[in-house]
Design a protein around this ligand. Structure first.
Ligand code: HEC
Length: 315
């Protein structure tokens, strides 16, 4: 996998730091919220926006967000899709439709921490697509990325990405934001990028999604990767500024991801008071890759009490 070795080396270095940092958080004092991640199949940004495919499309275009219609339905949606009733031409026998994830956020003066806990998958009949037994990812963005405020992870999930419905056979096209392309059609934005100068201007204005990822194995420490998604075919692993540590206990993964609140990096968001951020979560388990994952709807995060779905508990 691209950039894997670079990310591994950096992550190993950060691991020792990570443990002492996360040990400072008293997680038993932070109550969890359960976020249900569901299997999305080939439900791309273009699919959700097309009225003849998705009956929520018109209302979404008019301003209603995904969560306003679908909160509480994640289990049923995932079950319909993972069994191939819709949006999944290659259902995998034995794969679950959804994953209940307990999510807790905490912060101290310097760092933001997110703790994710979920039950490991029963092995399915899927072939191994990735060396990691599981990967857990949090994406983070702010109001600059309007599509992510409306639809979270769907802002980067396009019909022409690898394994999606409009992908050319063998295509390795990765995630991208709509504003990186000259135009989007029902099959996505293809390779027609905006001129380089315009892309640079947009990226400098904060037009990107940041992500933190932990790649998990049963017999080795977690490997951290972080990066951003905007225009390129491949996600750019630029970190790790984030660090991860993972434990596997009683059939459950417990992963803590963290990074400094403010990093002053052009490819990372400074997490400061007075702003509302968007977060989305994804888990690739059972050695899955690409779209064969589970994702959350869009959620908000803020350091200001009462301002968002998640407000990190101060330590
Ligand atoms: C106005 C309400 C509404 C909004 C907003 C909305 N949807 Fe839907 N969505 C529906 C309805 C109704 C269905 C079931 C029928 C269908 O597939 O069209 C549906 C179906 C789906 C399905 C197929 C799974 C299933 O159980 O049928 C997915 C996936 C989905 N929506 C994702 C999204 C995403 C992602 C967004 C935001 C980008 C979104 N929806 C916004 C109403 C909505």
């Amino acid at each position: 996998m691209h950039s894997f070795s670079r990310a591994s080396a950096g992550a190993a270095l950060l691991l020792a730091l990570g443990s002492s940092q996360a040990a400072a958080v008293d997680w038993s004092s932070v109550s969890p919220k359960t976020v249900t991640l569901f299997y999305p199949g080939q439900a791309s940004w273009e699919w959700v926006l097309t009225p003849s495919d998705h009956s929520g499309a018109q209302r979404f275009r008019e301003g209603k967000n995904c969560k306003q219609c679908h909160s509480g339905e994640e289990r049923e949606m995932g079950q319909r899709i993972v069994t191939g009733q819709k949006l999944e031409p290659r259902p995998i026998a034995g794969k679950r439709g959804s994953i209940p994830v307990d999510v807790r956020f905490a912060r101290d003066a310097e760092r933001l921490f997110v703790r994710l806990e979920w039950p490991e998958a029963q092995p399915s009949e899927a072939p191994r697509m990735n060396p990691a037994a599981a990967k857990v990812t949090m994406m983070l963005s702010d109001a600059t990325v309007v599509e992510a405020t409306r639809a979270g992870c769907w802002s980067v999930c396009h019909d022409d990405a690898a394994d999606m419905a409009s992908a050319a056979p063998g295509s390795t096209r990765h995630k991208y934001l709509p504003k990186s392309r000259q135009a989007l059609s029902r099959s996505g934005g293809g390779d027609a990028l905006k001129p380089a100068q315009e892309l640079e201007r947009l990226a400098a204005s904060g037009m990107f999604l940041e992500y933190w990822q932990a790649r998990l194995a049963h017999n080795a420490p977690a490997v951290t990767a972080d990066g951003y998604i905007f225009a390129d075919h491949e996600e750019k692993v630029v970190g790790p500024l984030a660090s991860a540590e993972a434990n596997f206990e009683n059939g459950r993964w417990i992963v803590v991801l963290s990074r400094k609140l403010a990093v002053g990096s052009p490819t990372h968001k400074d997490i400061v008071p007075g702003k509302v951020f968007n977060v989305g979560f994804a888990i690739h388990d059972d050695y899955a890759d690409h779209r064969f994952h589970h994702v959350s709807l869009e959620h908000t995060l803020s350091l200001d009490p009462g301002a968002a779905d998640f407000v990190p508990a101060a330590q």
